[in-house]
Design a protein around this ligand. Structure first.
Ligand code: TXA
Ligand code: MG
Length: 319
């Protein structure tokens, strides 16, 4: 595996060629880092599942360069999905649509739908465009972490998570820390109204304002989204929510909360956006420091705060 800290046009071109040759390329997006492979190459996709240790019936999101490529991967696209794509792409939103013949079982986990996203990070967009220029159709990319672990928001975190599973010829592209910090909002667009499968920075209110339709909330039991499993996004440290931190514990809490004596402050965000941006790195740093407990005081409010609480509940879940 090669770690590329400077993403010039030349490095991005060679990364696109690596994808075409069947290698894995981890790349930055504005939400979290993705572990990319050619979405049309079953052997390359099989390596994603291996590297992540992820069950093979969990579908992957295909990353495309623009709204124009939607029709290649999906059919029967409803008007409200086009509206959402126009309003929020490139951006932290994944649309689940009825799949076309291009989207095969090895991407969709055998489902009749396909998840599509146009990411906003310039390196991600350039990579997809260069991949398209040499005949690629889309880049499948889950978050670049081992199954069940915390998603990486820096290239160093990807290396830490996946180095042992990446091979010669595979790449990690460093595009700096992810600006949003939690995974994309996933919206099922196969029904007559949008249904939110995973909360994120594109909120139910934004969906409603864009489409004029009230977004439904999915019944968690009915979805096959690995991020919707009860236990996910977990560091090795035990995550305790909304309790008083004891000496030796890590603490993630809004900046107006003081740090008790002997407690190790891991993040003190001043805004909800900063909370989202720093959360995963702060959870990761608890493990780097070998802490056994990290206390998290959850943010209040709707929108992105609800997405953060959703991830925190899962990272704190104990079977
Ligand atoms: O922000 C993101 O979405 C990041 C970046 C890299 O784009 N990707 C990401 O991928 O979070 P992943 O695989 O870690 O999470 C995507 C979730 C999975 O839980 C998967 O099961 C679900 O999306 N998913 C993908 N395609 C789907 C489909 N057709 N129907 C329902 N769920 C789907
Ligand atoms: Mg993930």
């Amino acid at each position: 595996m090669t770690f590329l800290s400077i993403c010039s046009t030349e490095t991005i071109k060679s990364a696109a060629q690596s994808l075409k040759n069947g290698h894995l390329v981890a790349f930055p997006t504005e939400t979290v880092y993705g572990l990319g492979a050619d979405a049309s190459a079953p052997q390359a996709i099989a390596r994603i599942y291996e590297a992540k240790g992820r069950p093979s019936d969990h579908p992957l999101i295909v990353h495309i360069a623009s709204i124009d490529a939607m029709g290649q991967w999906a059919t029967e696209i409803p008007g409200y999905a086009i509206t959402l794509a126009r309003d929020f792409w490139p951006g932290p939103m994944t649309l689940v649509l009825k799949r076309s013949d291009l989207a095969q079982d090895f991407i969709t986990g055998g489902q009749e739908t396909i998840g599509l996203r146009v990411p906003a990070h310039p390196v991600a967009l350039a990579l997809i465009q260069e991949f398209n220029a040499i005949g690629g159709k889309g880049i499948a990319a889950p978050s670049a972490n081992r199954f069940g672990a915390v998603s990486p928001t820096t290239a160093e975190a990807v290396a830490e998570e996946l180095s042992p599973y990446l091979l010669e010829g595979d790449l990690i592209l460093d595009g700096g820390p992810s600006l949003v910090g939690v995974e994309s909002t996933i919206i099922d667009c196969t029904g007559s109204t949008p249904m939110v499968l995973r909360l994120g920075a594109i909120t139910p209110l934004m969906i409603e304002e864009s489409t004029g339709l009230v977004a439904l909330e999915a019944n968690p039991a009915a979805i096959r989204v690995s991020g919707s499993l009860n236990s996910h996004y977990s560091p090795k440290a035990k995550v305790l929510l909304d309790v008083i931190a004891e000496p030796g514990d890590g603490l993630i809490a809004p900046d107006q909360i003081p740090t008790p004596n002997g407690v190790i402050r891991l993040s003190a965000p001043g805004t909800i956006e900063q909370y989202a941006r720093e959360l995963y790195q702060a959870l990761r740093s608890a493990d780097q420091r070998g802490l056994s407990v990290v206390v998290v005081l959850q943010p209040g409010g709707d929108g992105l705060a609800a997405a953060i609480r959703d991830r925190l509940q899962r990272s704190a879940f104990v079977e």
